[in-house]
Design a protein around this ligand. Structure first.
Ligand SMILES: C[S@@+](CC[C@H](N)C(=O)[O-])C[C@H]1O[C@@H](n2cnc3c(N)ncnc32)[C@H](O)[C@@H]1O
Length: 267
């Protein structure tokens, strides 16, 4: 199912490497993942989330705080997928959702992909049954019209590219942050929090919307879990050092989790 990110020809396994017919070669790393992100597709030296964000996310998600999100996505895939052949989780991070969802709704082939090499390295110790790949969502290294289900969980949707890679009737399950997502944490961070009603992007020229709703729940988080939550979000990079320390000292905080969930089906 994988294709060469340079010439787009099919990749075949030989020894510990994948080769295309033009002899571009990609070696499996010792951890078991494959790097299909050529330098010309990188916009920085280490694109994607940092090691610190990833390990905070691993600690946080491993405690099951976002189980309702994972369960909802699994249930939607079960309901709306047409086939159980190929599942691709894009922007898979440290692999929590890829592994949990593929356990709940088995597919023949599962690919987890992220632009951050450190993320994909971490994924390898979650499961050896998944093909973990470093790649960009804008140039997915999979055959056209080969994928039954794509998930984008707090990640990006490159609608044209996903359209090309999905089979007809294939689905995208998209989870994005709602307007009240982590609102209490934002109030602690920013002097003013603007509550703009963000509208969902319109992809109706490519996809029909099969399902659209919100998931919302409350968490009462204690110090260490709050610190992890803070460290796994992009907000962490916008806080001054002294304020960061004050926030790390918070003993507990009630937090709202609010996500928009959509199922889009390829026309
Ligand atoms: C907020 S995190 C979400 C990770 C995971 N889905 C989760 O919810 O735990 C977004 C992820 O998208 C990845 N990412 C950012 N830009 C990307 C791109 N162009 N292609 C693939 N992954 C990308 C980041 O490295 C990061 O791991």
């Amino acid at each position: 199912m994988l294709i060469c990110p340079i010439c787009k020809n099919e990749l075949k396994k030989r020894g510990n490497s994948l080769f295309c017919s033009k002899n571009h070669c990609f070696d499996f790393a010792k951890q078991g993942y494959i790097n299909l992100l050529p330098v010309q597709q990188k916009k920085s030296l280490n694109p994607g989330d940092s090691k610190e964000m990833l390990s905070a996310r691993r600690s946080f998600l491993s405690k099951g705080f976002y189980t309702p999100i994972k369960d909802k996505v699994a249930c939607l895939i079960e309901t709306y997928r047409q086939d159980n052949e190929n599942f691709l989780d894009i922007g898979c991070g440290e692999g929590y959702y890829t592994v949990e969802i593929s356990r709940a709704v088995p597919f023949k082939n599962v690919i987890g992909t992220d632009i951050a090499k450190d993320a994909v390295k971490m994924c390898c110790n979650r499961s050896k049954d998944i093909m973990w790949t470093v790649a960009t969502a804008s140039h997915l290294p999979v055959k056209d019209q080969s994928i039954d289900c794509i998930t984008s969980i707090f990640s990006l949707v490159v609608a044209d590219e996903y359209y090309i890679k999905l089979k007809k009737g294939g689905i995208i399950v998209e989870v994005s942050a709602g307007n009240n997502h982590l609102i209490e944490l934002k109030r602690e961070i920013y002097q003013q929090v603007y509550k703009q009603e963000k509208s969902q992007r319109d992809y109706s020229h490519l996809f029909t919307t099969e399902y659209e709703d919100k998931i919302s729940f409350q968490l009462l988080l204690e110090n260490e879990d709050l610190k992890n939550l803070l460290d796994m979000t992009p907000h962490i990079n916008r806080i001054k050092k002294d304020r960061k320390q004050q926030l790390y000292n918070l003993q507990s905080l009630a937090i709202t989790v609010e996500c928009n969930v959509r199922v889009l089906k390829k026309r």
